[in-house]
Ligand binder design. Sequence first.
Ligand code: SF4
Length: 314
Amino acid sequence: MNPFPYSNDNKRYKSLAYENSRRGLKVYKAVIDAGLSCPNIDGTKGTGGCIYCDGGSGYFTASPAVPINKQLADELIRIRKKVPDAKAVAYFQAHSNTYAPLAVLQKMFETTLSHEGVCGLAVATRADCLSPDVLDYLAELNFRTNLTVELGLQTAFDETAAKINRCHSLADFRQGYSALKSRGIRVTVHIINGLPDETEDMMTETARVLGKMRPDGVKIHLLHVINGTCLHDMLKRGQYIPMSLESYTNTVVRQLEVLPPETTIERLTGDGDRRTLVAPLWSRDKLRVLGTIDKLMAERNTWQGRLFGKETPV
Ligand code: SF4
């Protein structure tokens, strides 16, 4: 028997599918590239970006040269081939989608919301790209639509953040996260496993630190080595060793144990571009990864949140 309360199948974590079914929602994501930049690319904070960055880490987006309305229309055609009449949350995934003057963001989001097929916004950005005027606008949008802001934390360790050229600290993250939460905005946080020199204990500690902030959603990623990135060069020089399936799944189970049980787990595997993925190649088999996590949790008779709030060493 599954002892985890927020599940209607064998999952011992609160999956996005469970959360949507509980709310009677069938939500699809229309992935949009608005063509914005990032302060870690344009020289404001850094140049070259994070060592794993592949053109803004927006994997499934159209060219930003395509107008947003056309991108939305194309995405809805794709989605409605499977589910006629489906509505979609417009997911601004690539780069930092609050990193522009307010007027630019207003035009971008208002155009999107006026599209007949759109029922909400998911806005991926950095915690250090939330100016007061943008925060106020997001708070206003939050009254009008189903809004989620997605923030990348990646790691709670500033020494790792320096190694990956993130140009962004845990303190930066806390500030941006708190500013959103204090305005009642739903926040999903991304963390990455397999960052250079991080141990399983460190990755679990990142989840524990994040769990204390009680995020609405979490996306757990595996670090992918993508062709042509700095990380790819490190791999070729023997300076980076990708994570094994065993280590990744063991770490994810430990992370789920220390996250709050009410946090929705929106992703447990990465979704890299298969054509440019260099390593780890086992990550292509998502069903195997998810199945291994389910099996481990059942074998250990554990569940999301079992160690949440406990100061046991991880
Ligand atoms: S924050 Fe995102 S878009 Fe900016 S450099 Fe890092 S991965 Fe790329």
